[in-house]
Ligand binder design. Structure first.
Ligand SMILES: Cc1cc2nc3c(=O)[nH]c(=O)nc-3n(C[C@H](O)[C@H](O)[C@H](O)COP(=O)(O)OP(=O)(O)OC[C@H]3O[C@@H](n4cnc5c(N)ncnc54)[C@H](O)[C@@H]3O)c2cc1C
Length: 493
């Protein structure tokens, strides 16, 4: 059995690991247009020495991540708890700190806002909602859009008030605008606007508080390197700098991968892992559809002279997040008061520089379609640097090197319309309404995995999508394996 993958993102890597663990005889080839594995999971390397993650930084659902790596047989990945999780510094001086211990968190919220009880209620209710969401929505695939209308699916959605927006839903638990922002802004981790994204995605901040925020020792990019090493040990073939141009379809079956240089190779099964709206353009006979892209980001990476006084994660927030989100998502304008996320991994991981110097990453939500010249025109990067300097006097003096990535760079890399996180988490792009592991009912042996495919973006969640994919491939091929279950319960209407 020969399986070909287009793209070497984490979706492909995890699917290939599961396939080789369960079916050692399978022959896998992975075509990647870049010279490295991991897709968004890669590092930025500084000329003056040192590296830092280019994309993901926050390990959410660490329990799930560990379980998935164990199932795939990947060893040697160490996770470290980050406590406090992070703090949010609002422009008016209010500081909200999130800590790992839930009781300590409740006490802190009670002292600061008198809302400890609301916090407990939030945690208690969301624990139930999370369990339901994982089994009903995250860990299963769909065969028909109408499955969502089945009472077994609709009932929990209504009970969870899943269609309220993530921000408005928090009015049920918190009066403070700071708490509402603090527990809804993480929908942006998957590129969603908290003021329009359904509250089912608002489970991210619950899970973050329940399990804590963790760090992959050596950087998130080292996870992709470890997955790659394991696949190479298992005989998987990687072809780098090999952009795929076309998927040849014959009599309703995916047959061949055709590279840009004209090389073509036949496979029994083909999996698409690049951004699905773009992959769709490669499939012979298919008309590309329009999707809503996720939010864009301006990314600044700093190599710093010596140590800096910053926690691992910090958010510098405007007093009101809604105008910022409206500017970015609806008006396509730069915000007057930006939000700045700072990631400082060298605080707990000196291996990134190997010296006393530091590396810092800064992510600023930004409209898509912007390049360096657009930021220069209005001195936006200067505004961001001033904001960082205001909170951390002396920061600018320590900058040795700065690298910039814009939404236009993301688009050039192959992220749909320059959104950082795949297609946006909207109702129309969720669950049964989203592209599934088998994207076309009329094309056999063609599959898809990745942030723009069900369930959604985020490293452990894309890996859950890889499990759904492999289960589906096994069902269709009639393969049996020791983990067999029935992940795809089809609800008939
Ligand atoms: C700035 C940023 C911050 C993030 N922060 C977090 C975080 O803190 N925590 C978290 O869990 N997640 C985070 N994410 C999201 C996470 O990185 C993604 O959800 C995940 O890595 C997507 O994996 P994927 O399988 O979709 O593959 P991708 O990363 O999209 O990789 C797809 C691969 O396909 C290749 N490809 C595309 N087209 C072709 C072609 N025609 N031929 C050959 N190869 C092709 C690409 O080069 C790429 O290597 C972040 C993402 C970004 C960008």
């Amino acid at each position: 059995m020969k399986i070909g993958f287009v793209g070497a993102g984490v979706g492909t890597l995890h699917a290939a690991l599961l396939l080789t663990a369960r079916h050692p005889g399978v022959e896998i080839t992975i075509f990647e247009k870049e010279a490295h594995v991991g897709g968004r999971l890669r590092s930025v390397d500084f000329e003056s020495g040192g590296r830092i993650d280019e994309g993901p930084t926050i390990v959410l659902m660490p329990g799930k991540l560990k379980e998935q790596l164990a199932e795939a047989g990947v060893t040697g990945v160490e996770l470290e708890r980050v406590d406090p999780l992070y703090d949010l510094h609002f422009d008016d001086g209010t500081v909200v700190t999130k800590v790992a211990d839930v009781v300590d968190q409740a006490i802190a919220i009670e002292r600061q806002f008198g809302e400890g009880r609301g916090f407990y209620e939030f945690m208690h209710q969301k624990e139930k909602d999370y369990e339901t969401s994982v089994s009903k929505f995250l860990e299963r695939g769909y065969r028909r859009k109408t499955e969502l209308l089945h009472p077994d699916m609709m009932r929990p959605l209504l009970q969870m008030h899943a269609l309220e927006t993530a921000h408005d839903h928090l009015k049920r638990y918190f009066k403070s605008k700071y708490l509402r922002m603090a527990y809804s802004f993480p929908t942006f981790y998957i590129g969603g606007n908290p003021y329009t994204t359904p509250s089912i995605y608002g489970l991210i901040p619950y899970r973050e508080q329940a399990e804590g925020v963790w760090y992959v020792k050596g950087g998130y990019f080292s996870l992709a390197e470890r997955m790659y090493d394991t696949l190479v040990e298992r005989g998987v073939r990687f072809v780098f700098e090999a952009p795929v141009e076309r998927i040849f379809i014959d009599q309703g079956q995916a047959k061949e991968i055709v590279l840009q240089d004209g090389t073509q190779e036949a496979f029994d099964q083909i999996v698409l892992n690049g951004e699905f709206p773009l992959m769709e353009r490669l499939v012979e006979g298919k008309q590309p559809k329009t999707y809503t892209p996720s939010g864009g980001t301006l990314l600044l990476y700093f190599k710093m002279k010596g140590k800096v006084d910053l926690p691992v994660h910090r958010f510098l927030m405007p007093n009101d997040l809604e105008p910022l989100m409206t500017n970015i998502f609806k008006k396509g304008r730069l915000p007057e008061h930006p939000a700045v996320y700072l990631f400082h991994p060298s605080r707990i991981d000196r291996s990134l520089t190997g010296t006393d110097d530091s590396v810092v990453y800064s992510l600023i939500p930004s409209p898509r379609g912007y390049g360096v010249e657009d930021y220069e025109e209005v001195d936006f990067i200067e505004t961001v640097l001033e904001k960082i300097e205001h909170h951390h006097p002396g920061f600018r003096e320590k900058i040795q090197e700065m690298k910039i990535r814009t939404p236009n760079d993301a688009q050039a890399f192959g992220l749909y319309q320059g959104g950082s996180f795949g297609i946006a988490p909207t109702i129309r792009q969720s669950a049964a309404l989203k592209t599934q592991a088998k994207p076309y009912p009329d094309i056999d042996r063609l599959y898809a995995v990745g942030a723009s495919v069900h369930p959604c973006g985020g490293v452990p969640v894309v890996m859950m999508g890889a499990t759904i994919l492999v289960n589906r491939m096994e069902q269709e091929m009639g393969w049996k394996h020791e983990f067999s279950d029935d992940p795809e319960r089809v609800y008939q209407m």
